[in-house]
Ligand binder design. Structure first.
Ligand code: S3P
Length: 427
């Protein structure tokens, strides 16, 4: 797909599609609850549809109509043995959270997915699940999918996770629901806490104290209604576009502002960007707000430490923002970027260099000396949705033509992305 510089500022109001992490969890926990769960503003992106398809293969009746989903839950022990391999597509959340659920079932199953997910590290869930007595094998013995899981009676464990990963934490906590005693997970820094908030609202006995979360086994989960807030990770692209293109002024409606996810808003503030919160609300235990953003002159900043997990998926678009900001931006402690849907660290450094940015990759991040003009270039998205969206926004501020290969991969998390961008750019 080809893109050209923005001819006018971004203006108007946009409803941001539902949060991907929360949409996955609503389907999963709804399936394990007794009774119906009605989900509104569900994200009908390819990743969340993979989760729906896996649960349907385990006997759960799920009705979908656009962003309305009704899950007919069958209780904690209601899943049935799948007759086919469970295909997680591109979705790490599906694979890692499902591994925890499947480890405690009384049937075997196989999880696989696309070429990208078959390269992503699954040892991080295999290790704690094995400590819990699960039988889980990487088919090619390389610590990656396909994973063969033979359900077993599980033991409660105390697990100190080496990574601040919500997928690992959630995997262990979900397996903990099928264990013989309490399970505890301690993480090195706070990762997103959607599992904790939502499981509690379904009735689980789950508690967090500092960086440790514990769950008691065999909860009785009850179906409920969930209105999913807009995905801050999707809003991030338009926040960036409005900050970068002179005279822009937009409102992004009902965006999730959970403090474990809002690092990008803190970074924008530190860079001198103007974002105002309006109409604050709570939906399904998750805070949300309308975000009013306008063009701002940005300057460089340092992004590191405990801030990283709160903006991990936004680092590609933050690198774009840093490229137009005056001065130096340093990103540290972000080695997790290398094992996302693609190696986002090297791909961002390579793509932004092609666009004329003074950028240097480091072992755990990047150094960007911003403020030079951006030039159009040919960019390979590596079929990574966040890479495609980040460079689409970069192209708006670049001169000439930018060609993004496999740009349609935005379907993974934001099928309406190009339409929504056109809406904000229309005269
Ligand atoms: C997610 C957690 C994060 C994030 C991913 C979604 C989740 O991954 O990058 O897009 O829904 O729990 P990690 O847990 O690997 O950091």
């Amino acid at each position: 797909m080809k893109f050209y510089p923005a001819e006018r500022p971004l203006k108007g109001t946009l409803n941001i599609p539902g949060d991907k992490s929360i949409s996955h969890r609503a389907v999963m926990f709804g399936s394990l609850a007794e009774g119906d769960t009605l989900i509104t503003n569900f994200l009908p992106g390819a990743d969340c549809l993979s989760t729906i398809s896996c649960f349907r293969k385990m006997g759960i009746d799920i009705e979908t109509e656009g962003s309305h989903v009704r899950v007919h839950g069958k209780g904690l022990h209601g899943l049935t043995a799948p007759t086919e391999i469970l295909d997680c597509g591109n979705s790490g959340t599906t694979m890692r959270l499902l591994s925890g659920i499947l480890a405690g079932q009384d049937f075997p199953s196989t999880l696989t997915g696309d070429a990208s997910i078959q390269k992503r590290p699954m040892g991080r869930v295999i290790e704690p699940l094995t400590m819990m007595n699960a039988l889980i094998n990487s088919e090619h013995s390389n610590g990656c999918a396909p994973l063969l899981i033979i359900g077993q009676p599980l033991h409660g464990i105390r697990y100190v996770s080496p990574v601040a990963s919500a997928q690992v934490k959630s995997c262990v906590l979900l397996a903990g629901m099928y264990a013989d005693a309490e399970t505890r997970v301690t993480e090195p820094a706070q990762s997103r806490n959607h599992t904790e908030l939502m499981l509690k609202s379904f009735g689980a006995d789950i508690r967090t104290s500092g960086l440790t979360t514990s769950i008691r086994p065999d909860p009785h989960l009850t179906g409920r209604s969930i209105h999913v807030p807009g995905d801050i990770s999707s809003a991030a692209y338009f926040l960036a576009a409005a900050l970068m293109i002179p005279d822009s002024e937009i409102v992004l409606r009902h965006v999730g502002t959970n403090p474990t996810r809002d690092g990008i808003l803190r970074v924008i503030n530190a860079m001198g960007g103007s974002v105002n919160y309006r109409r604050l609300s709570i939906s399904g235990g998750e805070p949300a707000a309308d975000l009013e953003v306008r063009y701002s002159r940005l300057h460089g900043t340092v992004i590191e430490g405990d801030l990283i997990p709160t903006l991990i998926d936004e680092l590609p678009i933050i690198a774009v923002l840093a490229s137009v900001a005056e001065g130096e931006t340093i990103i540290r402690n972000a080695e997790e970027l290398k094992v996302k849907e693609s190696d986002r660290l090297s791909i961002m450094v390579d793509g932004l260099s092609r666009m004329g940015v003074d950028i240097e990759g480091t072992d755990d991040g990047m150094i960007i000396r911003g403020g030079r003009p951006l030039h159009g270039a040919i960019i390979d998205s590596h079929k990574d949705h966040r890479i495609a969206m980040a460079f689409t926004i970069a192209s708006l501020a670049a001169d000439g033509e930018t060609e993004i290969r496999d740009a349609e991969c935005v379907d993974i998390s934001y099928p309406a992305f190009y339409r929504d961008l056109a809406h904000l750019l229309r005269p």
